[in-house]
Design a protein around this ligand. Structure first.
Ligand code: SER
Length: 317
């Protein structure tokens, strides 16, 4: 990994991943790819090259890959689950037509490609607890359909053309830098903002609904480590279960209350998000990632909560 294109560099994952990779390889070109209306600003803009990189515009992507001699593409362009339910055709266009553009460019130019999958690639028939690496994937959401297709297409390009595709199935990601937009797991980010601001939180997910979650520093570590892993040890490629914590809204509320006594939360369940959440695993088994590329998370719920609250106090108060 020397010259890297991060597509979606101003999004929830991209904004932090681009900066992490720039710090890792200061001698390389780490291009912050963006779409119109979501241009990089501040440190992201000033610390390296940036380029308009719409996954649906293959010609422009090819130009960037050639100009910067890109060897690794992080493809983070996606509509999250709740938004994808509102605009299913657009979600498919971005997530799958866009991916095809990237895989073709990667095949012709020898790039490695990381396109994340998700807990959303599973569905109601999937075993919920200790969800195995290889299991039933019959999602009911459009987001999930695109993630299963992403895994299959990425593996197809590896087996048929030798394109070095690898990825992970991200849990819900929690960070204090860039907000997610339109996901089912967003509540677990928004709750911290409300708590630190001293506001009551209105939770759209019902008590008792468990989902895998992860603190952003661990997610970034996974995204980098999988691409740097020794390929001879990889039995799987697209995509690895990774896990660090699983909770429902009540457990999260109780944990935050230990740090912010008097924090208040009530429920107004959103039926779209709730149906999606109920179809996702409670807790994935990440043994394959641990065995094949030494995956180990650093944060548990307490570590993440302490860090989130301290970072948000600095940011918001
Ligand atoms: N966080 C995503 C969502 O909720 C799942 O990967 O849509």
């Amino acid at each position: 990994m020397k010259n890297v294109l991060v597509i979606g560099s101003t999004g929830q994952i991209g904004s932090e991943l681009t900066m992490k990779i720039r710090r890792m390889i200061p001698e390389g070109n780490v291009v912050a790819g963006y779409i119109k209306g979501a241009e990089p600003k501040g440190e992201l803009l000033e610390s390296g090259p940036s380029a308009e990189a719409d996954v649906c515009d293959g010609e422009r992507l090819l130009g960037i890959v050639k100009k910067y001699k890109i060897d690794t593409i992080y493809n983070l362009a996606a509509l999250l689950s709740a938004v994808a339910e509102k605009r299913p055709q657009l979600a498919w266009h971005i997530q799958i037509d866009g991916l095809m553009n990237i895989l073709e460019i990667a095949r012709e130019n020898g790039c490695a490609v990381f396109t994340p999958s998700s807990i959303g690639s599973f569905g109601p028939e999937t075993p919920r607890v200790n969800t195995p690496q290889d299991t039933i994937q019959r999602p009911r959401s459009m987001y999930g359909c695109t993630k299963v297709a992403t895994e299959l297409l990425s593996d197809y390009y590896f087996h048929k053309y030798g394109v070095d595709t690898r990825s992970v199935r991200f849990p819900g990601l929690i960070s204090n830098v860039t907000l997610p937009g339109g996901g089912t797991t967003d509540y677990a980010v928004e709750i911290y903002y409300a708590a630190v601001k001293g506001e009551e939180f209105v939770c759209p997910i019902a008590p008792g609904t468990f989902m895998d979650m992860m603190y952003m520093p661990d997610a970034l570590k996974a995204a980098v480590d999988i691409m740097n892993a020794d390929p001879s040890k990889l039995v799987h490629r697209n995509s690895f279960n990774i896990a660090s914590m699983s909770f429902d809204p009540e457990i999260l509320r109780a944990k935050i209350s230990e740090h912010i006594p008097g924090f208040r939360m009530r429920y107004e369940v959103d039926p779209v998000r709730q149906a999606i959440a109920e179809s996702w695993p409670d807790k994935m088994d990440d043994t394959c990632a641990r065995e094949e590329w030494d995956w180990r998370p650093s944060y548990d719920l307490e570590g993440m909560t302490a860090d989130m609250i301290s970072a948000l106090r600095k940011k918001l108060l």
